[in-house]
Design a binder for this molecule. Structure first.
Ligand SMILES: Nc1ncnc2c1ncn2[C@@H]1O[C@H](COP(=O)(O)OP(=O)(O)OP(=O)(O)O)[C@@H](O)[C@H]1O
Ligand SMILES: [Mg+2]
Length: 403
């Protein structure tokens, strides 16, 4: 009997020791760095690590908990091998390629600083906290940040296939039409999450193909959300008059000042991006004789003539089997760019429209401000779409004639 008990005890101890060994192995993902870890500071964003302190293990644990990690400038210098590979630059700063010691690739965006005072640091932490809390398959993940007297930077997941514009407007056109449709839906889902599920809600202000990044499988992730509040832009994207975003994508209310700025400015920019996806071209082209070729207006003209399908086939090189999808995307785009912000659908509805879950109703004329009979439009009184799903059968969205 006692031999049986002894054997059972030995088996249990061996199994326990084996389990412990496995667990320890699992935790040791990256090479160990020095191990003194400073206590987390009280800012509600992240535990803040002392300079020599963080171990890769603790960093990875924080990442797994979806908390952005605070890095020191010298760590970023090491991760980017002294900022040796530049990926590009934009209105917020310069982006460099890097790698964590465990091999995970990163993109480090070194930001133009707003100012150096204490308030600015608090604001930076608050905004990083917001960005760090947003977690969605169609949003670029923020791994961490750096903020000291000399620099502010954000550390993002590296996106293998870079930004959508590089593929959309290149001559090789490697992305299939079906994939482009999936990409459009993914982008719409990412923005819908920012607008409708995040707490606090986030308006992007700069939706455009350059701010959509593609991972190794060409799945889209929206980049640069939350940055508008975080730092100053050094170019035309942000003016003292309150103009925000990139010309060509930015909603008319920024210039016309006829309506308040709401999340519907992102819906407008998404519409402009959608035209570019359908046309696989930049919306604006200037001809040799300086004539302006503006694709969204062409789409509207063809839609009015009932020839959207033909246009899709002829001028956009779309094949017959993608024609219906292209027509639908073009109609959704026309809805998104309505002058009246509240006539533009919310992004969750845009997702449903693109997915074909709801029938897209004929859009009213957009770009009214371009016509000579322009008066600030309050006349739109129409349905965005006809709901054909049983769940939403009673919830057609009717747009108010005026707010
Ligand atoms: N996470 C990332 N992974 C891979 N490449 C990236 C990443 N973030 C940015 N890039 C590259 O860096 C380039 C510059 O990005 P950046 O956001 O600074 O400029 P932009 O998107 O052109 O303009 P904006 O300032 O309006 O965002 C992008 O075009 C993209 O190719
Ligand atoms: Mg960008």
């Amino acid at each position: 009997m006692s031999v049986v008990v002894l054997v059972v005890i030995v088996i249990i101890s061996l199994a326990w020791a084996r389990r412990r060994r496995r667990r320890r192995r699992k935790r040791a993902i990256g090479p160990e760095l020095p191990t003194t870890v400073a206590p987390p500071q009280t800012l509600n964003v992240v535990p803040v690590w002392e300079i020599e302190a963080p171990t890769m293990e603790s960093i990875i644990q924080d990442l797994a908990k979806k908390k952005p990690v605070r890095f020191k400038a010298q760590q970023l210098r090491s991760f980017t091998t002294n900022y040796s590979t530049r990926l590009g630059s934009g209105g917020f700063g310069i982006v460099y390629k890097g790698q964590f010691p465990n091999g995970v690739k990163i993109a480090v965006k070194v930001l133009n600083r707003k100012s150096n005072n204490r308030g600015a640091e608090e604001q930076f932490m608050a905004e990083v906290s917001t960005i760090g809390r947003t977690y969605h398959i169609n949003l670029v993940r923020l791994y961490g940040f750096c903020h000291d007297n000399f620099m502010s930077a954000l550390v993002y997941e590296y996106m293998e296939n870079r930004s959508l514009d590089k593929h959309l407007f290149s001559d090789t056109q490697a992305i299939e039409r079906e994939k482009l449709h999936e990409i459009a839906i993914g982008i719409a889902k990412g923005i819908a999450y920012l607008h409708e599920e995040c707490q606090p809600r986030v308006i992007h202000y700069d939706i455009k193909p350059g701010n959509v990044l593609l991972d190794a499988n060409f799945s889209p992730k929206v980049a640069d959300f939350g940055l508008a509040k975080l730092c100053n832009r050094d170019d035309t994207h942000d003016s003292p008059e309150g103009y925000r975003g990139t010309p060509g994508y930015s909603a008319p209310e920024f210039l016309l000042k006829n309506y308040p700025i709401t999340d519907k400015c992102d819906v407008y920019s998404f519409g402009m991006l959608l035209f570019e996806i359908v046309g696989r071209r930049r919306n604006t082209k200037v001809g040799a004789d300086e004539s302006l070729d503006w694709f969204p207006k062409q789409v509207w003209n063809e839609f009015e003539k009932g020839k959207l399908g033909e246009m899709a086939l002829l001028s956009c090189g779309i094949k017959e089997n993608n024609r219906e999808e292209a027509e639908r995307m073009a109609m959704v785009a026309l809805w998104c760019v309505q002058e009246l912000p509240h006539a533009r659908p919310p992004m969750s509805v845009v997702v449903k429209m693109l997915e074909g879950e709801v029938e897209v109703k004929p859009p009213p004329r957009p770009f009214n401000y371009l016509y000579s009979d322009y008066t600030s439009s309050e006349e739109t009184n129409t349905y965005l779409y006809k709901d054909t799903t049983s769940i939403m059968a009673n919830s057609k969205i009717q747009m108010a004639s005026s707010s």
